[in-house]
Design a protein around this ligand. Structure first.
Ligand SMILES: Cc1cc2nc3c(=O)[nH]c(=O)nc-3n(C[C@H](O)[C@H](O)[C@H](O)COP(=O)(O)OP(=O)(O)OC[C@H]3O[C@@H](n4cnc5c(N)ncnc54)[C@H](O)[C@@H]3O)c2cc1C
Length: 380
């Protein structure tokens, strides 16, 4: 069934639940070896998921932020890598539709492509800049040549590189030093992917390097000019905490299931009845409940806010990412303590969750930056 055929979040969650279960069965196999989850992305496209965040005026479903993060969280219960990967595409399409920062005809054209299955992502990180949120200037350069742009550079962490149709690449414009985003089709001359992704966390995201060697694109590929590190409040980035919350939920579910079945001969019954195990399950539940309420409430606040109110939400958005991501790390840790040494087996999903939740610390905004924003907010 397609997501477009139902309208309520409950019904859409049911469709996602089914997909997520399928993703979970695949996660232990190929993705454990670092292979890209092609089948999952295909399933999401076939179910109509990848165009849901396009605004209604452009023929999408105009998914709210709350609905978007609920679906992303559910997907991540099955496979965190798939959720983080598609989350970038979905979130960027949503944000562009809300901000209207691109020429309408270019965004409209991209929406048409996305409705036919095209995928895009931002390619902002470089070896020299580190996290672009800290304001580093891209070393990737764009030089004007008549009615074309010629780009050269290397982008790291290009999530979903194996299947992206469009790369939204930040580059410094040689003439004037301004920073722009360039929408580069995969088919453009001079575009290459170097398969560098060897991370032990989020192995299935295919976050390889994008290499631009005299990549030639048309004039209109320059879609936006911006100040590095000054992108403002970005509600769509809540797909990040949603992803790690989903992974944490999967860890708790596994631990409870294990505890119900595991029955060492030192006790009668299973370890689920033991106070030391129940203590940890209760602590996990507290973390998950607190994280969920915080995440959902800020997402709803975003949905209800106008442009001005959204522009001052950076403290809340950063705080949610900080709180939820760190809670997710704690939940996975507790789940592993419930299961014991078996949680470290390569065959056990907990070791994957343990590796995957760590990646959340290195997705934006980083914890130290959030604490600074919160301090400034409190002082002001
Ligand atoms: C799974 C995953 C998927 C990703 N997907 C994408 C993607 O699709 N597109 C994309 O563009 N990026 C992506 N990224 C990259 C991500 O957004 C970060 O750019 C990347 O993780 C590097 O962050 P960092 O904090 O390790 O790097 P750095 O910024 O190099 O930081 C390393 C260390 O130096 C310190 N540091 C560096 N500079 C400063 C400074 N100015 N002030 C204070 N401290 C500093 C940091 O605190 C940290 O301790 C992804 C990352 C991961 C892990």
């Amino acid at each position: 069934m397609k997501f477009q055929e139902v309208k309520t979040i409950q019904k859409r969650l049911e469709i996602m639940e089914e997909l997520s279960r399928k993703f979970l069965t695949r996660a232990a196999g190929k993705h454990e070896e670092g292979q890209f989850p092609y089948e999952n992305i295909k399933d999401l496209k076939e179910a109509g998921y990848t165009s849901l965040t396009i605004p209604k005026r452009n023929g999408g479903e105009g998914l709210s932020l709350y609905e978007f993060i609920r679906l992303q969280e559910k997907m991540a219960e099955g496979d965190g890598s798939t959720a983080l990967s598609i989350g970038w595409h979905m979130g960027i399409m949503k944000s562009l539709g809300e901000k209207n920062s691109w020429k309408e005809s270019i965004y409209k054209n991209l929406c048409e492509k996305v409705k036919n299955g095209a995928l895009m992502n931002n390619c902002a990180t470089e070896p020299q800049t580190g996290s672009p949120t800290r304001g580093g200037k891209p070393v990737t350069s764009a030089v004007r040549d008549g009615h074309n742009w010629v780009l050269n550079g290397r982008k790291t962490f290009t999530t979903m590189a194996p299947v992206l149709d469009y790369f939204n690449v930040s580059a410094t414009i040689a003439d004037n030093g301004q920073i722009g985003n360039f929408l580069i089709p995969r088919t453009a001359e001079g575009v290459e992917i170097e398969e560098t992704w060897d991370s032990i966390a989020m192995r299935g995201t295919g976050s390889h390097d994008l290499i631009l060697k005299n990549a030639r694109v048309k004039e209109e590929a320059l879609v936006e000019i911006f100040e590095p590190g000054q992108k403002g409040a970005a509600g769509w980035l809540l797909h990040i905490p949603a992803c790690y919350l989903g992974i944490a939920q999967a860890a708790q579910t596994y631990a409870i299931d294990f505890a119900k079945k595991y029955s060492p001969n030192s006790i009668n019954g299973a370890i689920i009845d033991l106070p030391n195990v129940q203590q940890k399950i209760g602590e996990m539940e507290l973390e998950l409940m607190r994280a969920r309420h915080f995440l959902y409430s800020v997402a709803k606040q975003w949905d209800e806010a106008d442009e001005l109110a959204r522009s001052i939400m950076q403290p809340e958005l950063g705080a949610v990412k900080f709180a939820v991501t760190n809670a997710a790390i704690s939940v996975v840790d507790l789940a592993m303590r419930v299961v014991g040494a078996r949680s470290l087996s390569e065959k056990n999903p907990l070791q994957r969750y343990y590796r995957d939740v760590r990646a959340g610390l290195h997705n934006p905004p980083m914890d130290d930056m959030t604490i600074q924003v919160l301090a400034k907010h409190a002082i002001e």
